[in-house]
Structures are given as structure tokens and as C-alpha cells.
Design a protein around this ligand. Structure first.
Ligand SMILES: Nc1nc2c(ncn2[C@@H]2O[C@H](COP(=O)(O)OP(=O)(O)OP(=O)(O)O)[C@@H](O)[C@H]2O)c(=O)[nH]1
Ligand SMILES: [Mg+2]
Length: 352
């Protein structure tokens, strides 16, 4: 059965310990706290939801897929087919390295299978892409730590706050006690936006009027520990990777979270706009260098011609000592439009 995330019980189930002391900060306003159901009650989203979002992914990636699919409309498997495929993959932002690796793998599969029909080669391409992307498929694990602290980063407008809102819905519906940290302190509107999601999902939020993002994060993680929350989600301000002082600020947030809870944050998620194309890889590398990523969320896949960029990200992820996962993909603005990433589903949608 499909599950949105994996719940792992804490090894020694530590009782919530008092948070370390910090010099007094600006007042914190916490919204209503709703008692949560036991974690064991965690239901997965109804499988009936799946076709809807898959259709949206398919139609979103159509612009990527059409150019790839037209490669296989001929009658012969020849050099021209492979050349056209190479161009189509590059146009879809798969990148030079991943494109070459896919072509080599595909040719090997064609030889092995003895395929003579371009339509069969298309099926083999789906297999090759699915295998390449499989390194990115891993569920987000909640429950190894209390709370599990998830820091969310990315460039401006990537979809961080919206993705946090949607993820909160899934977590809250599964009986997880969630606390949101409004560490985007640049704009009051950012705080308000997160507060709307907190209200919608009836979860707690820690925010400050103005103030320092690291201080808000510290307060939130400390509050999460003291209140026995399962998950603390830290929303940070969008930033360009080319602005060193903003990347330094993010490093500080990460460091200070570690002071509030040893070993935290447990996940550092980069939210990437699916329309970003090849630049997605550059973003991943820059944020990884600054704060050490554990996973990605790719948003706006309901309308992009750049879906191939995931192949480039998969190649990069595979080269790391601990591969970065794509935990979720966003296929729309609605609350149900955040879904777990599936390599095969994605490969099929990309080549359909
Ligand atoms: N179509 C579509 N729109 C999305 C998706 N995810 C987010 N959006 C939209 O993208 C816009 C920006 O989303 P935010 O969540 O505010 O982005 P952000 O990264 O928090 O932005 P900043 O905090 O300003 O850096 C909003 O209009 C969202 O509704 C998605 O998966 N599909
Ligand atoms: Mg935001």
C-alpha cells in the first residue's frame, strides 16, 4: 500500500527533556494546539487519489514527453533515432552526463532484448530512466527522533511554504503532532502565509514579530521538545545562492537548531521549482554545500517542459556518499497536490 512517509518508532522513546536555556527573545505567539491521535493510527492517503495526481503529472510533463515520444514514431532503430533521442533528452534538461548514460544503457538494453521496433525501444527507455531515478526514491522517515526536525530551504518562490502546508496536512492527518516554525522573518506576509496553513491544519506555530530566523528556529525546536511534538517544520526565507550573507544566515539557522536539539535538523529539504531545469542541479549543489541536504521536493511538475532535470539530479545524488532523496513532488496548488516521488511513475510520465 502506498504510504506518504514512514513512521519509525523512537529507539529508546525518550521523555521530552527540558529545552536548553537561551537569553530572553521577543515574545512567541503560539496558535491553538490540538491533541493528536496515537501515531499508530497513521493512515496513508486513499489510493483513489493516485490516478488524479498521476494524470496531472502526465499532462504536466507532456511538453517534456512529447518531444521524447516523437523519437519513437519511426519504423527503424538506427543512429538517427539515437541522435534524435539525445537531442530530446538534452532539451528536457537531462544534462550531458545523464543523457549519455541513458543512451549507453538503452543501447545495451536494446541489444539484450533483441528489440526491432522503435515502440519497444520506448518501453526500454522507460526502464532505463526508472532505474536511473530509483536512487531518488526513498520515504521520509518520521519518528526516529522526538521531534523530527525538518528544515526547508530554497530560492524565492520555489514553493517552500506551500509544500510545508501540504506536508503538514498529511502528517497531521496521520496523527502526528506538528509544530511550524516561521523562520522566514523577512516579510510579515510570509509569517501570515504559514499561519494560514497552521490554522487550516490546526497545528501549532512559533513565530516572532520581525526578529532573527535562527532565534525563531531555536524557540520552535525547544518548544517542540518541551511539548513532545513529533515533527517541527522550519520554513526559511527564499534566497539566491549567489548571496553569501544569506547563505551564511542559513548555516547559522542550521547550527542553532543543533544547539536546541543535538543531531537536529534531521532532514534538510531543498524545494526546487520543476520549471528550473538544469539550474536545479546548481541549486542543489549550492544549498548542499551550505547546509548539507538530505532530500528534495520538486514542485510545479503540473506544468513544465523541464522534467528531465531529475535525471541530472539522480546522477549527482548517486555520486554522493549518502544519496539525496526526492521525497515529494508537487503537482498543483491544492492541499492534496503533494505526492511521494515514484521513479517508475515519473519515468512513464516523462516518456508518455
Ligand atoms: N502549479 C503549482 N503551483 C505551486 C506548487 N507549489 C507551489 N506553488 C505556487 O507557487 C507560488 C509560490 O509558493 P510559496 O510556497 O509561497 O513559495 P516559497 O518558496 O515559500 O516562496 P518565498 O517564501 O517567497 O521564497 C504560490 O503561488 C504557490 O501556490 C505546485 O506544485 N504547482
Ligand atoms: Mg515562503
Amino acid at each position: 500500500m502506498f504510504s506518504f512517509f514512514r513512521k519509525k518508532p523512537a529507539e529508546s522513546a525518550p521523555a521530552p527533556t527540558p529545552a536548553p536555556a537561551r537569553p530572553p527573545a521577543a515574545p512567541t505567539d503560539a496558535a491553538a494546539s490540538v491533541p493528536s491521535a496515537p501515531p499508530e493510527a497513521a493512515p496513508a492517503p486513499a489510493p483513489a487519489d493516485r490516478p488524479g495526481w498521476l494524470d496531472r503529472l502526465r499532462s504536466g510533463l507532456k511538453r517534456t514527453g512529447q518531444s521524447i515520444a516523437t523519437v519513437f514514431t519511426g519504423t527503424r532503430i538506427d543512429d538517427a533515432l539515437y541522435e534524435d533521442l539525445e537531442s530530446a533528452l538534452l532539451m528536457a534538461d537531462a544534462g550531458v552526463g545523464a543523457t549519455q548514460a541513458l543512451l549507453d544503457d538503452l543501447k545495451r538494453r536494446v541489444r539484450h532484448s533483441g528489440a526491432t521496433d522503435p515502440a519497444a525501444v520506448r518501453g526500454l527507455l522507460v526502464e532505463a530512466i526508472a532505474e536511473m531515478l530509483s536512487v531518488l526514491e526513498r520515504p521520509l522517515v518520521i519518528g526516529e527522533h522526538t521531534p523530527t526536525v525538518i528544515m526547508v530551504v530554497g530560492v524565492n518562490g520555489a514553493g517552500k511554504t506551500t509544500s510545508i502546508g501540504k506536508l503538514t496536512r498529511h502528517l497531521a492527518e496521520s496523527g502526528q503532532r506538528v509544530l511550524l516554525a516561521a523562520a522566514d522573518t523577512f516579510r510579515a506576509a510570509a509569517r501570515d502565509q504559514l499561519a494560514v496553513w497552521a490554522g487550516r491544519n490546526q497545528v501549532e506555530i512559533v513565530s516572532q514579530d520581525g526578529g532573527d530566523p535562527a532565534a525563531v528556529s531555536f524557540d520552535a525546536v525547544s518548544a517542540g521538545r518541551a511539548r513532545g511534538c513529533d515533527v517541527v517544520l522550519v520554513d526559511t526565507a527564499g534566497r539566491l545562492t549567489t548571496q553569501p550573507h544569506l547563505m551564511d544566515e542559513l548555516r547559522k539557522v542550521r547550527r542553532v537548531i543543533g544547539k536546541a536539539q543535538e543531531g537536529a535538523p534531521h532532514e534538510v529539504l531543498l524545494v526546487v521549482d520543476g520549471n528550473t531545469g538544469q539550474n536545479a542541479l546548481a541549486q542543489a549543489k549550492a544549498f548542499d554545500e551550505a547546509v548539507g541536504l538530505t532530500g528534495l521536493v520538486i514542485t510545479k511538475l503540473d506544468g513544465t517542459a523541464k522534467g528531465g532535470a531529475l535525471c541530472a539530479i539522480a546522477q549527482w545524488s548517486r555520486e554522493r556518499s549518502s544519496p539525496v532523496a526526492v521525497y515529494f513532488i508537487g503537482v498543483g496548488e491544492g492541499i492534496e497536490d503533494l505526492q511521494r516521488f515514484g521513479a517508475r511513475e515519473f519515468a512513464q510520465a516523462l516518456v508518455s
